[in-house]
Design a protein around this ligand. Structure first.
Ligand SMILES: Cc1cc2nc3c(=O)[nH]c(=O)nc-3n(C[C@H](O)[C@H](O)[C@H](O)COP(=O)(O)OP(=O)(O)OC[C@H]3O[C@@H](n4cnc5c(N)ncnc54)[C@H](O)[C@@H]3O)c2cc1C
Length: 346
């Protein structure tokens, strides 16, 4: 537990900010500005701390709103892809990579262009599923420039227009279609190396999905234990049934394994924040699976009440589902993990 306990003192504060509004965020599909401001005030969006501290914050926030945790994580991934610049207070970043042609085969679907006129650069194209679009002051955009795929920092302006998507999971994280209409931008990083540089943020995102998964598991286990210890069925507390205890054990074991794996990756990354891509992919696949199982169990133990629309278990299982698609589809990551395994055993 090198870092998981570090931001536990934030739990009470985050709970008091998010618990009263989490269902509304999900229903309205947007995080109100005053909620973001409160989270800035208590330091949730500060990125200067260690990678472990960030992941711990993502986990704590995800207990109450996985969508808000996702917004924090995408902000951090964009910041890493930009080379960890100083940010002003209240600034939120977005990473705008995926295009309507498909997110898996990035190179084939990349149509957004960057054109130079004198010292100025203009970005033109359409992206899809850009999280944080409604909140971002700056967008880190992958576009084809003279040297090939490169990253550009585009500031919010009238030439950046977004349409919020109505998804079933992580509602409120602001996933949007974004149109860049000759939007002014500045190149960042090495020209032609945009995909590699975006992957720094994407790999952090994959690792962070493991922290979101842990937050969903924490919230699910709280629901399960509370219900199981306060309900008597056929004359026995639910918690005394082996079927319930083994289910709790199964979820808890996976959470512990995930904690330790994330901790080992963070320790290897050190101050660089550059995470091992293979292990980040493993964390994402394992985390999504465990979070889906845990949130499904939370719905189940609540009986019919677990199916109530906007109830916490219902929201958690929709959010857990999204973890298998965002930051790279599960099958693509399994293909990659398999290729690493084949290399290791050849
Ligand atoms: C909630 C959410 C937030 C997101 N946030 C961002 C963001 O901030 N910025 C951004 O740029 N993008 C973002 N994305 C996009 C995300 O990265 C893509 O959705 C993802 O990469 C998959 O791309 P796609 O949706 O276009 O699906 P496609 O690439 O069209 O793939 C469709 C499906 O094909 C299957 N598939 C693909 N390859 C294989 C294979 N090799 N074997 C078997 N099956 C396969 C998978 O099941 C996959 O889901 C977000 C997505 C979601 C859901």
């Amino acid at each position: 537990m090198v870092f998981w306990s570090q931001c536990e003192e934030l739990d009470g504060t985050v709970k008091s900010v998010l618990e009263p509004v989490a269902a509304d965020i999900d229903r309205e599909n947007i995080i109100p500005e005053d909620v973001l401001n409160q989270l800035f005030d208590v330091g949730v969006f500060d990125l200067g701390d260690s990678l472990g501290d960030l992941l711990c914050k993502v986990r704590v926030v995800a207990r109450y709103s996985p969508a808000v945790a996702h917004t924090l994580l995408v902000h951090a991934g964009s910041w890493l892809a930009l080379g960890r610049p100083e940010l002003g207070r209240g600034e939120i970043l977005a990473l705008s990579i995926t295009e309507p042609g498909g997110g898996t085969d990035l190179r084939a679907s990349l149509k957004t262009k960057a054109e130079r006129e004198g010292e100025a650069w203009y970005i033109t194209g359409t992206k899809i599923f850009t999280s944080n679009a409604p909140y971002a002051s700056d967008y880190v955009v992958l576009a084809v420039g003279p040297a090939g795929p490169s990253l550009y920092r585009v500031s919010r302006s009238g030439n950046v227009k977004y349409e919020l998507l109505d998804l079933i999971g992580l509602r409120g994280t602001g996933a949007s279609i974004v149109h860049y209409e000759r939007a002014g931008g500045q190149p960042v990083g090495t020209p032609g190396k945009g995909i590699k540089e975006a992957l720094k943020g994407i790999n952090l995102g994959r690792l962070g999905y493991g922290a979101i998964a842990l937050g969903i598991i924490d919230a699910s286990l709280r629901i399960i234990v509370e219900k199981a210890s306060s309900t008597v069925i056929f004359g026995r507390e639910l918690l005394t049934y082996q079927g319930i205890k083994w289910r709790i054990a199964d979820i808890h074991m996976k959470a512990r394994a995930l904690e330790d794996l994330i901790e080992a990756i963070v320790s290897r990354a050190g101050d660089t924040w550059i995470v091992d891509p293979e292990r980040a992919a493993i964390v994402k696949v394992m985390g999504a699976e465990a979070a889906q199982k845990a949130s499904w169990a939370a719905v189940q133990i609540m009986g019919g009440r677990g199916l109530a629309r906007w109830s916490k278990p219902e929201r958690l299982q929709r959010d857990a589902r999204a973890l298998d698609i965002g930051e790279g589809a599960r099958e693509v990551l399994l293909d990659y993990i398999a290729s690493q395994a084949v290399k290791a055993y050849t």
